[in-house]
Design a protein around this ligand. Structure first.
Ligand SMILES: Nc1ncnc2c1ncn2[C@@H]1O[C@H](COP(=O)(O)OP(=O)(O)OP(=O)(O)O)[C@@H](O)[C@H]1O
Ligand code: NI
Length: 429
């Protein structure tokens, strides 16, 4: 019997920038089953990280979750919240957006934990890796109000005076005990770091990228989370280490029954790791279902386009090839109420000038798609004239620089001659 651990309903996250309102995540629905790996895949700027950060309550100004519910299945939490806040509770589920910030923060590390794309950002450069892992362990111990944590705190008396002085300057050190240090070393060993006893005393800058990525996974696991949110956990790594880290996540997931939300550009990674997957485009999940639904029975031409560019896991980089055309502007006043993919879609029809609802599609009960092709087949008679969007709209890329993209990627990509999806794509698997 599977049960849902998370149900996201109508989630919208906006950024209120000087250029206008950015609809980074728009009316998202998905559910994650306990113990599964749910993947979110899509091009750069489609809203994957914002979705992950919304779940973790890590959206910062000028961003805000403007709508929706995030239901989390936790009977104990439901019990503790129910009194005085009945509308936040539905059976064993709690709407994380209807509880206090303090209640939400308490879940971080213990119920939810996140691996970020950039491991440097989750370590303090002036503390050793071991100290930081031990701190994460202690947070878990304090949070679970485990009797051990009282003992752990009293053990700080063992610190030398020098350490005591240091610990008042660096609050993270204050709680490091022998017990949590041992656990930190165990965690380093668990994620496959050689000589963990020695490595625990090293600083983050002494670690290679791959090792730091592992250490970050160890940090995320320190709190024994129910749900691990992994945002591009391997993108920055070379292929061998990429494969090792995926193996590691696989193992940990199987052993501990942990639930993983895995965010990636890479459909090869999805195929390898995930049970179900949501394909994101322009802040929406445009197709969602089991692996079979998405790989073999997909309906959305965007999914088709992504599949056409499955990178070989063994090849360098492992990023998706770009689909012809521009990544859309997510600025509210530029988005229009049409299918957001219509301007890049080889099968765009008159009907696509209306924003499609989510249709049920053939395959599993979970298979849904935001595309009229779920209801009808493509008819050339109804197709939009070539160049329709060039005449009616300026290309999105000219209007809105996506902060994620503007940094590293060469500008040529945006102005490449437009290839159709069929040219980039081809057969799925
Ligand atoms: N701090 C911010 N201020 C304004 N807009 C933002 C901010 N963060 C994200 N966005 C907007 O949200 C969109 C979605 O960003 P997000 O980081 O979720 O994309 P992504 O799918 O994770 O892309 P990538 O694969 O490159 O990581 C961006 O294109 C950007 O327009
Ligand atoms: Ni991202």
């Amino acid at each position: 019997m599977t049960e849902d651990i998370i149900r996201v309903e109508g989630l919208s996250t906006r950024f209120f920038t000087e250029q206008g309102q950015v609809n980074a995540v728009d009316d998202l629905d998905f559910r994650i089953e306990r113990g599964e790996v749910f993947g979110i895949v899509g091009e750069s700027g489609s809203g994957k990280s914002v979705t992950a950060r919304s779940l973790m309550d890590l959206i910062e100004s000028p961003g805000r979750i403007t709508d929706g519910e995030i239901w989390f299945n936790d009977a104990e939490l439901a019990d503790s919240v129910a009194e005085g806040n009945e509308e936040a509770v539905d059976g064993d589920f709690v709407d994380l957006l209807s509880i206090t910030e303090q209640q939400r923060t308490a879940l971080r590390g213990t119920s939810f934990s996140m691996i970020f794309q950039d491991p440097e950002s989750s370590f303090n450069p002036s503390l050793t890796v071991g100290e930081q892992l031990a701190e994460a362990v202690e947070v878990q111990q304090r949070a679970s109000a485990n009797p051990r944590s009282t003992k752990a705190k009293t053990q700080t008396a063992d610190y030398s005076f020098g350490n005591y002085l240091l610990s008042t300057m660096l609050p993270s050190q204050r709680f490091v005990t022998d017990e949590s240090r041992e656990r930190a070393i165990e965690l380093l060993e668990l994620v496959g770091i050689p000589d963990p006893v020695e490595r625990a005393d090293e600083y983050p800058h002494e670690y290679s990228g791959g090792m730091l990525q592992r250490a970050m996974i160890a940090q995320a696991l320190a709190g024994e989370p129910d749900v691990l949110v992994a945002d591009e956990p391997t993108t920055a790594l070379d292929v061998t280490i990429q494969a090792q880290i995926l193996d590691l996540l696989d193992e940990l997931q199987e052993e501990n029954g942990m639930t993983i939300l895995l965010i990636t550009h890479n459909l090869g990674v999805v195929a390898r790791m995930c049970d179900r997957v949501g394909v994101m485009y322009a802040g929406e999940i445009v197709e969602r279902g089991t692996l079979e639904d998405v790989f073999d029975d997909h309906v959305h031409p965007y999914t088709e386009g992504l599949l056409g560019s499955i990178p070989d896991l063994a090849s360098a980089g492992g990023r998706l090839q770009p689909i012809g055309g521009n990544v859309p502007s997510l600025l509210d006043h530029e988005m229009g109420d049409r299918c957001h993919f219509a301007d890049r879609c080889p099968k765009a029809m008159d009907q696509c000038l209306e924003h499609p609802p989510e249709y049920a599609a053939a395959g599993s009960d979970d298979h849904t798609v935001r595309c009229v092709l779920a209801e009808r087949s493509y008819d050339e008679q109804d197709s939009l004239p070539t160049g329709y969007f060039d005449e009616t709209e300026r290309p999105a890329g000219d209007k809105h620089e996506d902060p994620d993209r503007s940094a590293g990627e060469p500008p040529e990509e945006r102005t490449q001659p437009q290839t159709t999806i069929d040219e980039v794509g081809g057969e799925s698997r």
